[in-house]
Design a binder for this molecule. Structure first.
Ligand code: XMP
Length: 514
């Protein structure tokens, strides 16, 4: 039976990914596609959602989608721009409002018997965010909800083919937004709500078995959650035909290489460890520019990986732990440059290997759920994200073995302390933050230790909360905790006499300093 799915047509809104997330929370599989790439041949489609957009429907270059082969075939829900687009397409009108309709509003006069509003309460709070509004509905459409300021807050085509809402049900501030999405995907589209880690693992293992047959496949492990889960999943499907390569570039956390190699062996993975740190340190000698450092590390990584892979006979595939947000970011439909971190970018073409990305449909939290279901240990699953170029982007300026050593010592103290400190809800601070680390600053400052004047280096602690690393807040760690960490670092790490805490959020700062 084909996998049921909802197609979300992306017009470039910042909240398109959130619609996807909400649907997955409803155990319903969905794919986000650019507005001009509708998968007409796909057999599993049960419904379509049109997203919001930063543009106006009447702008000359507004994104458009041809609905002639979609309307009537699948139920459609338009959200914000999506709703305005359909209203205009079928003969209604959309105009700029005098004031932007932004923020909280309350639904009134909604059609109680409408399937979209099943279970809704009078005055339910919704979130508006648009500069245009629908001023006339097409013939054959009727209004099904209003707010104080917005007459056509929601509408439906009389023939039951489509619905439109000018508010954003996907955002948290629309209190019954998730219920509306559930009403649409379950009651209107007929979702069986059978998307779960178990069903994902079963169908992926089957698909990987038939895709790869007896071919050999290599995968670059990084110690991070994504590549580790990809490896365990592939291992379940094809066993030792999966060969993993873990390159130690010398820029990992203290003891990380050995620890992760042990974990991988315990998981039964076929792993080749390569210690190439000397080569990386030589290549980084005298290099100060962040971009150049990244490029050198990327190029060296490919060199080492390729060299190892060549030693293995009969490899036809390269596996990568790419996850869904990576794919959505690189779709880039509004033409804005969105950063992507392709640590082994270009490898498949260069090595003439076919690419296999078993996690490409999963969000990060789903990857973690799949990892747990696969029986992976909790510390591998909850490990913080760590940049591909490692501690090199946390040593500002030239990277040397000595500086990496200082950073590793301080980082270990910080991370262990985060694990040890428990909050009132029982979680450790480590679990509360998205990611944490230490940055070695290229400044020296005066201090005093005992009776001695010191002139040593400063470092910054960084800890952020986030859901996807696209934006992040600095974590409000307890003062007492920061004091303890600072003391321990200054007392134990030779060469450091000053510790600062980074209180910048992203944007405008980034999580990593380089
Ligand atoms: P920024 O610094 O851009 O980082 O706010 C966002 C997230 O990406 C991680 N990061 C990287 N990950 N290769 C990676 O695999 C890289 O080159 C890289 N640079 C940054 C960063 O740690 C954060 O989680």
């Amino acid at each position: 039976m084909a996998q049921q799915k909802i197609i979300i047509i992306d017009f470039g809104s910042q909240t398109t990914q959130l619609i996807g997330r909400r649907l997955r929370e409803l155990d319903t599989f969905c794919e986000i596609v650019p507005y001009n790439k509708f998968p007409y041949e796909d057999e599993g489609i049960i419904g379509v959602i049109l997203s919001g957009s930063p543009y106006s429907v009447y702008a000359p270059n507004a994104f458009k989608v041809d609905l002639s082969n979609i309307r009537g075939r699948y139920p459609i829900l338009g959200i914000c721009y999506g709703a305005q687009f359909m209203a205009q397409l079928y003969g209604g009108s959309v105009e700029a409002t005098d004031s932007r309709e932004y923020g909280r509003a309350r639904l009134q006069d909604f059609e109680r018997e409408n399937p979209l509003f099943k279970g809704f309460q009078e005055g339910s709070q919704v979130w508006m965010s648009h500069g245009d509004t629908i001023t006339a509905l097409p013939d054959g459409f009727r209004v099904i909800a209003s707010t104080e300021k917005v007459r056509y807050a929601a509408y439906q085509a009389e023939d039951g083919t489509l619905w439109g809402v000018q508010f954003h049900p996907e955002v948290f501030h629309s209190k019954q937004g998730k219920l509306l999405l559930k009403n649409f995907v379950v009651d209107i589209c007929g979702s069986r709500q059978d998307w779960s880690p178990v069903s994902f693992i079963e169908s992926s293992v089957e698909a990987l078995k038939s895709q790869l047959c007896n071919d050999r496949i290599i995968l670059g492990l990084s110690g991070g959650v994504d590549s580790s889960v990809a490896a365990v999943l592939l291992n379940k499907a094809i066993g030792n035909n999966l060969i993993c390569i873990f390159v130690n570039h010398g820029l990992l956390r203290k003891g990380e290489y050995e620890r992760v190699m042990r974990d991988y062996k315990c998981l039964g993975l076929n792993v080749i460890g390569v210690d190439a740190s000397e080569m990386f340190f030589s290549a980084l000698k005298g290099i100060n520019s962040p971009e150049e450092k990244r490029k050198i590390i990327g190029a060296k990584f490919i060199e080492v990986f390729e060299e190892e892979a060549k030693k293995i006979d009969g490899v036809r595939w390269l596996a990568q732990g790419t996850i869904y947000p990576d794919c959505i970011e690189s779709m880039n439909i509004t033409g804005k440059v969105i950063k992507s971190h392709h640590n082994v970018g270009g490898l498949p073409e260069k090595m003439q290997l076919k690419l296999c990305e078993p996690l490409r449909w999963l969000f990060k939290d789903e990857v973690r759920r799949v990892g747990r279901q696969l029986g992976m240990p909790e510390h591998l699953i909850t490990r913080h994200p760590f940049p591909g170029p490692g501690l090199a982007v946390r040593v500002l300026g030239e990277v040397t073995r000595e500086k990496i050593h200082i950073l590793q010592e301080a980082d270990e103290i910080f991370i262990n302390a985060l694990h040890r400190w428990h909050c009132s809800d029982g979680h450790s601070l480590y679990d509360e933050v998205w990611q944490a680390g230490v940055i070695l600053l290229p400044v020296q400052s005066v201090g005093v230790m005992g009776d001695e004047r010191t002139y040593e280096q400063a470092l910054a602690l960084r800890a952020v909360t986030s859901t996807d690393a696209m934006s992040a807040d600095w974590a409000q760690l307890p003062y007492e905790f920061l004091a303890q960490v600072s003391n321990e670092i200054i007392n134990k790490v030779k060469g450091i006499n000053r510790v600062c805490y980074d209180i910048s959020s992203k944007p405008p700062a980034t999580i990593e300093w380089e």
